[in-house]
Design a protein around this ligand. Structure first.
Ligand SMILES: NC(=O)c1ccc[n+]([C@@H]2O[C@H](COP(=O)([O-])OP(=O)(O)OC[C@H]3O[C@@H](n4cnc5c(N)ncnc54)[C@H](OP(=O)(O)O)[C@@H]3O)[C@@H](O)[C@H]2O)c1
Length: 222
């Protein structure tokens, strides 16, 4: 696998490399991810790209796709400047929670990050104008966690039994109890069909950006 990444790094016809996670257990994902060239790291997970985001440089690196896509959804509702708005991100993974919190902070939101050791998530959630859930627990966020008019971004993907579809069938649900939360929220992203497609779109956007940069021409912004 490392040899393949080295080959793709060196290939002038390749603009972007994505390490599809999770890797099999006997492989160390981080070693593989860090071996991709930062300028081809279209998933935005290389430490150089993560570091640029952490230090507020959103121009010269590549942004992690899922948070970048989630921010476009937030921007559609609130615009670019989130001054005065409280945001809660539930989940603190390197893959999503941390970069999402950094993007929201960069857009001037007042940001809290909740996780498994947080004391009272429902209470924290009720203070949020923007609530982003990335936990991996089916329908954890309930309607009584929400401040009326909140914008909810549901990142979670959970496979749950769906006996109504037949024996042994499954369906995908998010981390937010969509049906009960929808009437309370100003805007809410569905699962499936919300953040997932945005992630794929941002992967293409990052690839386009990487290709422009490698070609020495000004990259579009998304
Ligand atoms: N739509 C997409 O394209 C996309 C992309 C990425 C991820 N996802 C989905 O998003 C979800 C999260 O992904 P991830 O990679 O960030 O997962 P992860 O690395 O497993 O992180 C989960 C986070 O949730 C927190 N958590 C777990 N149980 C909790 C609880 N009961 N209360 C509060 N916080 C809790 C954990 O806290 P601790 O840190 O304290 O353990 C951790 O920070 C998953 O369902 C994943 O499939 C979707």
């Amino acid at each position: 696998l490392m040899a393949l990444v080295a080959l793709l790094n060196a290939d002038p016809d390749v603009d972007g490399i994505l390490v599809q996670l999770p890797l099999p257990k006997h492989l160390d994902s981080d070693t593989v991810i860090q071996s991709t060239l930062p300028e081809k790291d279209v998933d935005g997970l290389h430490i150089i790209n993560a570091g640029k985001l952490a230090t507020g440089d959103l121009k010269t690196g590549l942004l992690s796709c899922t948070p970048a896509g989630a921010m476009i959804l937030v921007r559609q509702i609130h615009g670019k400047d989130l001054s005065g708005l409280n945001a809660l991100v539930i989940g603190r993974s390197n893959l999503f929670g941390k970069p999402m919190a950094q993007l929201l902070l960069n857009a001037n939101a007042t940001v809290a990050i909740g996780h498994s050791r947080s004391r009272d998530l429902p209470e924290l959630a009720r203070q949020a104008d923007i609530l982003v859930a990335a936990v991996g627990r089916a329908e954890m966020v309930k309607a009584d966690w929400l401040r009326p008019g909140v914008t909810v971004i549901d990142v979670g993907i959970n496979r749950v039994a769906a006996p109504e579809k037949g024996d042994g069938k499954f369906k995908l649900v998010g981390d937010v109890a969509f049906a009960e939360c929808k009437p309370v929220a100003q805007a809410i992203s569905p699962v499936p069909g919300g953040v997932g497609p945005m992630t794929i779109a941002m992967l293409m956007a990052n690839t386009v950006i990487a290709a422009h940069r490698r070609g020495g021409v000004t990259a579009p912004s998304f």
